[in-house]
Design a protein around this ligand. Sequence first.
Ligand SMILES: Cc1cc2nc3c(=O)[nH]c(=O)nc-3n(C[C@H](O)[C@H](O)[C@H](O)COP(=O)(O)OP(=O)(O)OC[C@H]3O[C@@H](n4cnc5c(N)ncnc54)[C@H](O)[C@@H]3O)c2cc1C
Length: 486
Amino acid sequence: MALTTRRQFVQQTAFAAATLCGSPIKALAGTRRMFEAREQNTAPLDAAAIRKLVSQISGHVITPETPDYESARLVFNRAFDRRPALIVRCAGAPDVARALEFAQNRNLPLAVRGGGHNRAGFSVCDGGVVIDLSGMNRVEVDARKRVARAEAGALVRDLDHATQRFGLATTSGGCPTVGIAGLTLGGGEGQLMSKYGAACDNLISAQLVTVDGRQVEASQNSNPDLFWAIRGGGGNFGVATALEYRLHPVTGVLAGALMYPAGRIPELLPAFVKFVAAAPDEMSVVGAVLPSEQGTRFRMLVLHCGHPRQGNELLRPLRALKPQQDNVRVMSYLEAQAAAFLPAPVAHFQTDLFLPELTAPAIAAITTATNDAPPNTRVFIVPLYGAITRVGLSNMAFPLRHPGYELDIVGLWDAPAEKATAVQWVKSLRDNLQPFADGVYVNQLGETSEKLVRAAYGPNYARLVEIKKKYDPRNVLRLNQNIKPD
Ligand SMILES: Cc1cc2nc3c(=O)[nH]c(=O)nc-3n(C[C@H](O)[C@H](O)[C@H](O)COP(=O)(O)OP(=O)(O)OC[C@H]3O[C@@H](n4cnc5c(N)ncnc54)[C@H](O)[C@@H]3O)c2cc1C
């Protein structure tokens, strides 16, 4: 007998939701739904079950019949068009515990959503439950202690705005709408990382709900194994409800973009490498290789958090290369953080590689691929140096501790017909660069496999498996770059 398909599950849910909303019920459909649920060893997702859940939580349950369902199920990467059975927009940790219990009792797929920016679309599922934390976005700052406590649905912009009111900041992502929980649990690279480390390096503690419904703290003193794992190991171990960060004084910065004319990649990438090798911790730079019909351009996004005079001095070699646009100037940190590379939701496929060096053959591979690229393709080059590379490899799960270059290779599309070409281009460049690579960054992977997850964690993988066995032995939290408990 065939098991229930995802489509059938969605139909069941629409049926249950219709019942909840008082729509006519077809007895035949109801019988089939009960039968299918039994076949799949799940409790039926009927109106009474949903009504009970609604009565048990302080937040908001969104079903396919609710007016905000269509917007609530959207994620940043529009390549994923999934239809969950329920979206539980939680108001606090007890709601998270109820939603976890509800999904597990019915053996439903379970996704956890913060900012919805996961490249692989993990924060939405077909026919299951989404634990949506977007309503939990308060950030409190203790300026005297230089500590921020953020609810796990806060976005990068929420954290940045709250901390900047006091002239403080911590490393957060380079896109204002990324969720801080997804970012930090996977590591968290940003414009302050060479000065202050990754986002996870600044995490003091986290509150989590484990899959058995317990509310636990993870810090150096409470559940230190869990604290080790969540700083890089992603959403594998529990649902974070709040995160506490160490803050640093950051006010005006020298920041902006230098854009170079097309056709100069073979000259500009070695200059970029030379600049990175000499850059002090205060200087952040990210390169973007931007193919277009007029040829491939190169853009560098810089941020210097030290004295502007020193910053301008350091930028001399880049300015000597005659950028066609140079909007680098002193600005607020918030302004500098607003210059995201992909500002609006878009369908895309992205993969990631970590290269210890950007050698001449690697530069040649990038040059060749981008000379012959479809429109809407990009390669972002994120150099890792400074504070982020001075943390021991096994201090916490996040393992990108060697100096080098993290490459995000992206193909975007507007029409579905463009997808195959974009994806193929990304994969082909990835394969050509693979011989120079040693690792990947989990947060920037738009694909997944056990091989990739092992590559992402390297020597930290075995310990992550042990901690997964302790906190989620049945692998309830598996819609992620999954660390399997067996
Ligand atoms: C435009 C764009 C810019 C980006 N810029 C950066 C950047 O500058 N630096 C960087 O390091 N990364 C960056 N990323 C990658 C980003 O860090 C990851 O995609 C991250 O997973 C996004 O977190 P989110 O909460 O927005 O996403 P979601 O899709 O909501 O969550 C992603 C995953 O994280 C887990 N998760 C989220 N919240 C929780 C929680 N509270 N408890 C347990 N698990 C949870 C879940 O497994 C979930 O599937 C960027 C991504 C995009 C699309």
